[in-house]
Design a binder for this molecule. Structure first.
Ligand code: SAH
Length: 202
């Protein structure tokens, strides 16, 4: 899997982090044999674990630095957040999931792996997570109708966010906040489950 991603031009820093996270622990039993294929897989509750290539591209765009405070929206079973937590090093990852059953399972996996710099919060991440705002980096793993206002507000000046936007057709956006100005860059077509919530789909 790592060799394939390297071939696709993913940075060594992100590849190193991904090599340290056993993806098979984040997929259900019935798809275990596909754990290291570059495909999204069903994780129950009608949700999916993102394809490794998508996680890698988003991590490279986000450019998480050691010590960063990171917010992730859409934990699922927690694969992407685990990689973010390794990239954040001495920093911290807060990841919000609206489906409690998935959040509980993610917490169990983190306990097993001894990952202590991730907090799994149950709630509507489209509203952000004001408790620890502002964030250096925000990573959204579900497609929003628009970039939610609260997430822009909770981004630090100098911060970055990656977020898929759209309904049937979605694009991945890189959002940069600098000098109080917000710039967005379209990084091309993607396919994510919908962000459901107050600033997501109903
Ligand atoms: N980050 C995951 C991807 C999970 S799929 C990975 O590593 O594979 C996206 C997840 O977003 C789903 O689990 C879904 O339940 C969740 N989600 C959708 N809308 C949400 C919202 N408003 N707040 C928090 N989580 C949400």
């Amino acid at each position: 899997m790592i060799r394939l991603l390297r071939f696709q031009g993913i940075s060594e820093r992100v590849l190193d982090a991904m090599a340290r996270v056993p993806r098979h622990l984040f997929v259900p039993e019935n798809v275990l044999e596909n754990a290291y294929e570059d495909v999204p897989l069903p994780i129950g509750e009608g949700q999916t674990i993102s394809a490794p290539n998508m996680v890698a591209v988003m991590c490279d765009l986000l450019d998480v630095r050691n010590g960063d405070k990171v917010l992730e929206v859409g934990t699922g079973l927690g694969y992407h957040a685990a990689i973010l937590s390794i990239l954040a090093g001495s920093g911290m990852v807060y990841t919000v999931e609206r489906k409690p059953e998935l959040a509980y399972k993610a917490r169990e996996i983190y306990k097993k792996l001894g990952l202590i710099n991730i907090d799994v919060i149950i709630g509507d991440g489209s509203e952000g997570f004001p408790e620890h705002a502002p964030y250096d980096r925000i990573s959204v793993a579900a497609a929003a109708p628009d970039i939610p206002g609260p997430l822009i507000d909770e981004l630090k000046d100098g911060g970055r966010m990656v977020i898929p936007v759209g309904h049937y057709y979605q694009d991945l956006y890189l959002v940069e906040k600098a000098g109080g100005q917000v710039k967005t860059y379209n990084k091309g077509g993607v396919a994510f489950v919908p962000l459901v919530g107050k600033y997501g789909f109903q």
